[in-house]
Ligand binder design. Sequence first.
Ligand code: PMV
Length: 320
Amino acid sequence: MIAKASAPAKTILFGEHSVVYGEPAIAGAVNKRAHVIIKKSKTDRTVFRSPDLNFEAELLTKHKKYILKRGKPGIIRYILEALYKVHDHSPIDITLYSNVPIGSGLGSSAAVTVATLAALYRYHNIRFNKHSLAHDAHMVEQSVQGMASPLDTLVSTYGGLVYLSRNKKVEHFNVNFNVPFVVGYTTKHGNTGKMVKDVKSLKMRNPKIINPVISSMGNLTNYAKQAILKRDFKTVGELMNINHGFLDVLGVNTLELSRMVYNARDAGAIGAKTTGAGGGGSIIALCPGKVDEVANAISRDDNILKIRFTRKGVSSRVYK
Ligand code: PMV
């Protein structure tokens, strides 16, 4: 029997950092996916390999340990944690195909975790639904990272655009927001934990200045929600530009991130901002009708991905 599952990557459109202080956020699943295939192993060992990411390892699932054969898979700890939670330790073969670049800020770990758990549940014929899967995947991320926002695993599970409200209520947008974006990313991925800590200490040193900025970021996200519902791309773009300025105030933008943002705007993007934790990582540019121009402008110095939001969340099935 073969179990297959796939899950999308995500990008944060509005609300990174302010969401840590209870403000709303908007994130969306994108058309880049992690695919996981699980089958019974032909040997007495559990093997994990990814031909496109060029790595291979033997997994000692009972001890959450691995023996590396090829490559340097940072993602392996998520696979081991998922196996530890769900799998009975019988020897299996796990293959990962992914077109989500690792470290691009697109939540590759969440996509891989969600797809791995769904494939494991299928393999063992364990009943699950999106609610339980998103929860379990969040637990895996939390065990591995120590701290994780539920947003990535939620979006990878459900797909579509997700609005997380001030009281942590999740709303799924029922709107077609299939506009082209370009993601620009540097090879240096920011450290989310450190960036969150830096913002916290800036806020503590300057509460009268930073607190109103954070609450403005929340208001901005709520305006953005309305603009998205109306498919008013011009306003969404304008709010992305303002949001980038707020992230600058919080000190999370870098020279590379802002270079990509300004290159994107010069080339015709109607909005561009840092996405995710900053300090490295990625920007996202909204560029209907100007995708190639924006992609060319950013790729002079940095890496790009052309993306669209997708409604397709996790998908899984078994082949007998
Ligand atoms: O680590 P990323 O790039 O997916 O984004 C982190 C978003 C923050 O708001 C900075 C942190 C969080 O946990 O929400």
